[in-house]
Design a protein around this ligand. Sequence first.
Ligand code: NAP
Ligand code: 8YV
Length: 313
Amino acid sequence: MKPEILMMGPMMPHVEAALDDAYTVHRLHEAADRDVLLAEAGPRIRGIATDGHLGASAEVMDRLPALEVIACYGVGTDAIDLGHARTKGVTVANTPGVLNDDVANLAVALVLATSRHLVANDAYVRQGRWTAEGAPPLSRGLRGRKVGILGLGRIGKDIAEKLTVFGCPIAYHGRREQEGVGYEYFADLTEMAAAVDFLVAICPGGPSTDRIVNADVLAALGPEGTFINVARGSVHDETALIAALLNGTLGMAGLDVFADEPRVPEALMKMDKVILQPHQGSGTVETRRAMGDLVVENLRRHFAGEPVATPVT
Ligand code: NAP
Ligand code: 8YV
């Protein structure tokens, strides 16, 4: 008999096919009545396949008394109640590493796009303003402009390495100074924001980073500063961010993540000093395929009695 698993939302076709092959898959998103599905199949379900948005709540875990493993399609696990999973002895696996390159590339793209006014200048050409008004205002170069990374982990280190090639001095903030890292360390985030031109957030979401980029941090970054967030929308105070951009105390922003995705505040949509992305850091065919393969592999290993490849708990 195939093990039974719960799928929290649609997954890539190759992932769904592989999971259907190996397991009896219960699709929560297709259930006419989720309560009925959980009541009927819940006691037999031993695994969950989910993603970084849908996660797995304590409430869902409690409906699955035989639950052994949660495989997350994504590295960020802030939507999974990890404490509850630990209490219940449930293994949680994520997809670290395979997405570093593309998430870092999007961060670099946002740094370049904001500094060179890429989106605003595209609109300038399309609206005929180049012909009517002549050249637009000059943008800014990158060489020598300092970048502060909030969260110098796997992806943060990739961003630092890539931006070093553009001639940007790098600083970082985290809960502790890292041994063997040559970049300047700031124990205080506001102090780092005051010392850099770009602040790039790439730390985990969750309570310890909730609105850590607040009004004070944004004010310290200043009118010439740019805030880039490819981490989680919970990391910035969105009300303070909008206010800082509107009153000019912050220069620009490049945002891949938002407080209430997929809803993006109207105020941000109207500003041409903000570049918006629909949470696409890992959104390439290559990276998403690798993430999907890792979800399948983690579940395969668990049900073969082996340790998962990339455990969180
Ligand atoms: P990682 O290797 O675990 O790195 C996380 C870094 O954040 C570490 O350097 C850690 O340093 C720092 N950090 C953790 N808690 C902190 C806190 N309270 N204050 C300040 N710094 C803190 O993780 P990763 O693989 O690089 O991924 C990072 C995050 O990126 C994920 O959790 C996810 O939320 C986000 N992400 C977004 C996308 C996207 O599509 N936009 C894609 C992938 C990942 P210390 O331990 O020294 O504090
Ligand atoms: C994914 C992410 O878009 O890995 C993460 O933490 O935010 C992204 O790679 C997301 O997890 C997919 O739901």
